[in-house]
Design a protein around this ligand. Structure first.
Ligand code: CU
Length: 466
């Protein structure tokens, strides 16, 4: 700088910019958990950006042909659904971290600053790179201590959908929400990569957060109670809004500790890619559910040619619920009104749960601890959706403009296309009485008929009717 001031203005400007470029790239933080608009590239090779569900893409700067990003590992407060915030660890203000989008062949430099109370590192899941850039603490690099900044640099060699996460105290740091997605777009037309109209991505993640508390339990191995997409739970997960006839790609990465069969209603899809890269066309088959194992990514692709509101969810029914007690006995068919009346004399607000199934949970205004998402919830146009966790809605509309990701509201079903109540006479069911030729009768009751009867729920119980 001293030399610049001696030799004049032009050189001074060059020197200043060189100094600025030598400094760390600016830290860009995101304060909102809403789905950000796709980030169109302003430098480098062109590509069609992805939309991160309830997430965002990290901006970069171009420094002499190298794309430079700055990730900051730090504690964050993440709104997982309206009324439910979690104290997590993440990157640049959010958990998960921002999506990183680059183009095949790009030279990438990522600065990683550690603002956590313990050391960390970042592993670039699925990438071809020099071994020393792979981010495995102890094996390929020393840990990034608190307050330190490390630099990763490599070429994004193959197109695909990848993930990033720590490889240091992994159990804690992933249980706390440290992860993100990485998309490497193809540099030219690729035989196994189609151009699509809508390109969504999100991570499957899971937490163990006791109702009423804020911080995940990190020792949990299997019994997580918050099943989320990009650290959001239904009804906090944005819908995927597309135009009728759009070719849609949904990239889903699994960084939980169990598998998730992801299911789309109303359409069939193919898996067009994994974290191993694009799937050769001859190896694709139609599915309506695809299982995504731990540490896997699957790209679902289909033409959205059926108008409507279509559920998109994990098919494990416990994963479409929010925090719940697992020790609830099955009470279906158990008439305990008499007992309930006696208990009610001792505990005035006593409620009987579950004798008609658990659907009552969704509609009853049960008092919940503060900072807790209801177990089954979500107001739909026909009542409670009775869902939570890993559930969203694919909204297919003829008038959704290209590039418009805003929520079009509920589907207006054409007349005569909605399931309706039968109000005619109900015939009594015909019964099959043959026991079959090979039925083994219990020894003590030869020939005796055995029948299990479920009590028909009465609407005149102590429950207020619906
Ligand atoms: Cu699941």
């Amino acid at each position: 700088m001293q030399a610049a001031s001696l030799t004049g203005g032009a050189l001074a400007a060059a020197a200043v910019s060189r100094v600025a470029m030598a400094a760390l790239p600016e830290v860009v933080s995101q304060s909102s958990p809403a789905t950000a608009a796709p980030l169109s590239p302003t430098s480098g090779r062109p590509y069609q950006p992805v939309v991160t569900l309830n997430g965002w893409t990290l901006p970069w700067r171009m420094n002499q042909g190298v794309k430079e990003f700055h990730l900051v590992a730090e504690p964050v407060v993440r709104e997982m659904a309206p009324g439910f915030k979690a104290h997590l660890w993440g990157y640049n203000g959010q958990s998960p971290g921002p999506t990183i989008e680059v183009v095949e062949g790009d030279r990438v430099r990522i600065f990683v600053t550690n603002r956590l109370p313990e050391h960390t590192s970042i592993h670039w899941h699925g990438q071809r790179l020099p071994s020393g850039m792979d981010g495995v603490t102890g094996l390929t690099q020393p840990a990034i201590g608190p307050g330190k900044t490390f630099v990763y640099e490599f070429e994004a060699r193959r197109p695909g959908t990848f993930m990033y996460h720590p490889h240091a105290d992994e159990m804690t740091q992933m249980a706390m929400g440290m992860m993100g997605m990485w998309v490497t777009h193809p540099k030219a037309k690729h035989p196994d990569i189609d151009t699509v109209d809508r390109d969504f991505c999100f991570l499957l993640n899971a937490y163990d957060i006791e109702p009423g508390s804020y911080t995940p339990k990190i020792m949990t191995m299997l019994d997580f109670n918050i099943w989320s997409w990009n650290s959001r739970v239904f009804p906090g997960i944005d819908s995927l809004n597309v135009r009728t006839g759009d070719k849609v790609r949904i990239r889903v990465g699994n960084l939980t500790m169990t598998n998730h069969p992801i299911h789309v209603h109303g359409h069939e899809f193919v898996v067009s890619g994994t974290d191993g890269g694009p799937t050769p066309r001859a190896a694709r088959w139609m599915e309506v559910t695809t299982d995504i194992a731990v540490g896997q990514m699957r790209q679902l692709e289909f033409v959205a040619d059926e108008e409507g509101d279509w559920a998109l969810h994990c098919h494990k029914s416990h994963h479409t619920m929010n925090a719940m007690g697992h020790d609830v006995p099955t009470l279906i068919g158990v008439d305990h009104r008499g007992v309930a009346e006696k208990i009610a004399k001792l505990i005035p607000d006593y409620m009987v749960m579950g004798e008609r199934g658990m659907a009552d949970m969704a509609e009853m205004e049960m008092p919940l601890p503060d900072n807790t998402a209801p177990m089954m919830t979500g107001a739909g146009p026909f009542g409670s959706v009775e869902m939570g966790g890993m559930f969203s809605v694919l909204k297919v509309r003829p008038d959704q403009k290209p590039g418009d990701y805003s929520d079009p509201g509920w589907f207006k079903h054409p007349q005569g296309t909605v399931s309706y109540e039968w109000t005619g006479e109900l015939a009594s069911a015909a019964r099959q009485h043959s026991a079959g030729g090979h039925l083994m009768q219990p020894q003590n009751m030869p020939g005796k008929e055995i029948e299990v009867k479920a009590r028909k729920p009465s609407s005149k119980g102590h429950h207020s009717g619906h």
